[in-house]
Each structure stands twice: as C-alpha cells, then as structure tokens.
Design a protein around this ligand. Structure first.
Ligand SMILES: O=P(O)(O)OC[C@H]1O[C@](O)(CO)[C@@H](O)[C@@H]1O
Length: 449
C-alpha cells in the first residue's frame, strides 16, 4: 500500500518539504518526513482523503443540515467547508501547526503542547505522526465547536451508525451465543477474540469507507487464530481469577470505535460481569468526534437505543439489559475526559492529568482497545519489534493493563526474535492491513489493597 503512494507522489513535494526517501530510523519518533513510513502515506494520502470526504458529505447533506440546524446554519456550513479546505491545504503544504484561539474546552492543554514543539518539529510532516494526526482531528472538531449552530453536529455519526446497522446479523449471532454461554476458559478466550477482531471495524484506516464484516463472526474469529501474533489470554484470565479478594473489581475500557466494535465492548463487559470476573465496568469515550469512528457518549446512547428499538427480540433483550446495567451502575460511562483526544502518549498522563491516572489506578484492569491507543501506549516510536511491551510503556502502569489491537500502523513491541521477518515474507504490508492482532497484558505486581 505505501509503495503505491510513494511511487505516485511528486518528487517536487519531497524536495520542497525535505522528505527523506527512507524508512523511520531505529528508535526514533515516527513522522511524515520518512517517505517509506506509514506516517508519510497517512499524512500524504489518507488524511487528505478523509478531509475531502467530510467536505463532500456535508455538501451532499446540506439540505438535511439546514432543516435540522435552521437557516442560520447556511452561512456557517459554508464557512466550515472553507475551514476544512484550508486545513487540508495546510496539511498538503506541510504548514506549521497553529494554536487554538476559540472556546475549545481543552485549549490550554493543546496550546501548551503545541508551544512545546521545537522549531523544525512543529509542522505536519516534521512533527511526530501521532501529534500531527491528533492535531488534524482536533482542529477539525474546533470548526464545529466554535460555530453557533453546529457545535453538537457529529460529522462522523452516519458512518458510525452504519457500522452497527450493516453488521446487525453478526450482532444477532453473537448475542444468541452470549445468551447461553457457559463460563469456561474457552468462552473467555472466544469473547476476547471477538472483541479483538471487532477492532478491524475502524473507519479511519479506510478514510471513512465502510468495513464489511464476513457473514459469521465466529468463522472470522476461528479463521484468524493464526493471525494473533502475541496472545496473553491465559495470563489475563489467571490474573482476573486471582483478584477475587478485591471488591468491587472494576475493569476500565478505554474504548475505540463505535458501531460493531463498541457492541463487542459491551459483549465482553457483559461476559466479565456474567462470569463474576468483575463487578463493574467503566467505559472511557471520546469528548469529540475522533479518528472517524471513535465512540463518543452520544454513540453509546444511540447504540443502546438502536438495540432496544430493534425488531429482533434478542437485540431488544440486550439493549434493555445493558441500559439496566447503566442505571444500576454495573456499567458506567466515565465523565468527559479531554485527555483521550489530546496528543499525549500515555507515559505522560501522570504528569499531565494525575487525576485520570489515579482513577485508572483504582481499577483492577484497564482494557485499551485498538491501534491509536496502542500508538499512545508505546508512542509513535520505532522500537525494536522485540522490545518488551512493558519497556515501551515507559513507566505507564496505573494498574494491570491489556491491549487488544489489530495492527494498522508500522510499530509494534513484544514480538519473538525472527517473528516480524517471517510476517514480512508473508505480506510486506502486514503491519497496515488490520489482519494481524495482538493481545498484550502487563500485570501491575503490587496491587494496592
Ligand atoms: O481505530 P483504531 O484501531 O484506533 O485505528 C486507528 C488507527 O489506524 C490508522 O488509521 C492507521 O494506522 C491510524 O491512523 C490510527 O491510529
């Protein structure tokens, strides 16, 4: 995939913006200046396509927007389209990242970060890929946040809702299994794998295009067993069974995509309660529309409402059950937290947001879903692939953590010697297809009483 864009990209762009025709050097921050990196492909091709598709969808849906947000939104729609086009131009001409000046609730944290970037490291292709990509989505959201009529409009909502609606047969199949599941190690393993592969339904990797699930989610799970290249399922199951002296045992989910993936988060959370491996599950969601399909609190409400209103009895049953869990505080949605839509890697959390770090440390396990969370766990940093996952956390360990990630970016840790080489021989793009997954667990040795 990256080869295509690199061959097609104009050399004058590379010359003008100091692009180096090489891959990311070892143990360096990943950024768009390395032409052979997925960072370059993302910034040069994927993100402009994402911005263009937002402009196209707003333009196409303008009449619906006008009827929903009133005639006063007409001018603002035009201005926002102009702002998105300007952002796209800045991205495509490697402009310096600008500070925020509107009424963004997290303006201070973002501007402090932007000002901390050194000269020569503060433009889209020169700064770390993670910062540039997070900045683009944050800046995009600010155009709506600072409007008078469209501040609550989620420009990704339709795609996120479709991601559930189009997978409703899989949803039904899974719920029928959950209804009568026995609590065994095998069923725990199945729930974890279903949740892992639910992460393939991420619309940012397709720049917004729908990800089509196969017919039967269990076929997908069993068919992909060999593609789980690190699997700590046994360790995390043993750990959860060993902590039964803590009450209530709390598991935090740092969620990723809405749609089918959010559904699989509810399924895994339900299983943890049903199996008595936890008494409470808390969900951490995004405060703003993020990376196309990341889940917001509104997406949780919509998902439960959609299930509760569905014609299928089993969908209604679980929509009602999970709504009751929320009312009974067995499930909890955590209060809005802008740290999750900041550019910071997680090893900086204790310094930047100690209250959040403390809250996570009170849980017995934190489940980090997906690729972007993985990038923030280890940083957009070209670690040796065999570097231990715990080392790459650089001290971030509020409590025991597990990462469930389908591999969509050219960074990874915790592989065995020679494992990556074999995978590259199989498919040179294996790191950016989402067709390989990792289940990586780090136990916090001294759990406070
Ligand atoms: O939804 P997920 O699993 O976090 O994936 C999003 C990630 O995938 C990518 O789109 C491709 O790596 C990244 O830009 C982003 O980090």
């Amino acid at each position: 995939m990256t080869d295509t864009i690199n061959k097609g990209s104009s050399t004058e762009f590379d010359a003008k913006y100091g692009i180096l025709d090489k891959n990311t050097p070892p143990r360096s921050l990943m950024c768009g200046r390395y032409k052979q990196s997925f960072a370059y492909y993302t910034l040069r091709s994927r993100l402009p396509i994402t911005l263009t598709s937002i402009i196209d969808s707003i333009t196409k849906d303008k009449d619906d927007l006008l009827s929903e947000y009133g005639e006063g939104s007409r001018e603002e729609i035009k201005n926002i389209i102009g702002s998105i086009s300007k952002l796209k131009y800045e991205l495509q001409t490697d402009k310096t990242i600008e500070t925020f000046f509107g009424n963004e609730p997290d303006k201070e944290i973002w501007n402090k970060f932007i000002k901390s970037l050194g000269p020569g490291e503060n433009s889209f292709f020169k700064t770390c890929w993670l910062y540039a990509e997070c900045y683009m989505y944050r800046r995009l959201s600010s155009f709506f946040e600072n409007s008078q009529t469209l501040m609550s409009f989620d420009y990704f909502a339709k795609q996120k809702q479709n991601a559930l609606i189009s997978s409703i047969k899989c949803v039904e199949d899974i719920l029928r299994v959950l209804q009568k599941i026995d609590i065994t190690f095998e069923s725990f393993q199945l729930m974890l794998k279903l949740n892992l592969w639910g992460n393939r339904c991420d619309l940012s990797i397709t720049s917004g295009k729908e990800v089509i699930l196969g017919d039967n989610p269990f076929d997908l799970v069993h068919g992909f067993d060999k593609r789980i290249i690190v699997d700590d399922t046994v360790a995390v199951n043993d750990y959860l069974k060993s902590i039964n002296k803590y009450k209530p045992r709390v598991v935090e989910f740092v969620c990723d995509n809405a749609g089918y993936e959010l559904f699989t988060d509810f399924v895994l959370a339900d299983y943890l309660i049903k199996s008595k491996l936890a008494e409470k599950v808390r969900f951490n969601l995004k405060a703003i529309p993020w990376f196309v399909s990341d889940a917001t609190i509104k997406d949780v409400d919509w998902t439960l409402q959609y299930l509760r209103n569905h014609s299928s009895p089993v969908l209604r049953e679980y929509g009602e059950r999970w709504q009751r869990f929320l009312e009974g505080k067995i499930f909890e949605v955590e209060p809005l937290e802008y740290f999750w839509t900041s550019p910071y890697e997680y090893y900086k959390m204790r310094e930047i947001n100690p209250d959040l770090y403390k809250r996570l440390s009170e849980a017995q396990l934190v489940v980090f879903k997906g690729d972007l969370n993985y990038r923030k766990l280890i940083g957009d940093f070209s670690w040796n692939f065999t570097e231990p996952f715990k080392t790459c956390l650089r001290g971030f360990l509020p409590t025991s953590i597990i990462s469930l990630r389908t591999v969509k970016a050219d960074l990874i840790s915790g592989l065995l010697e020679g494992q990556a080489e074999i995978l590259f021989e199989t498919d040179k793009n294996w790191m950016t297809t989402g067709e390989y997954g990792t289940i990586q667990f780090v136990k916090k040795s001294t759990l406070s009483a």
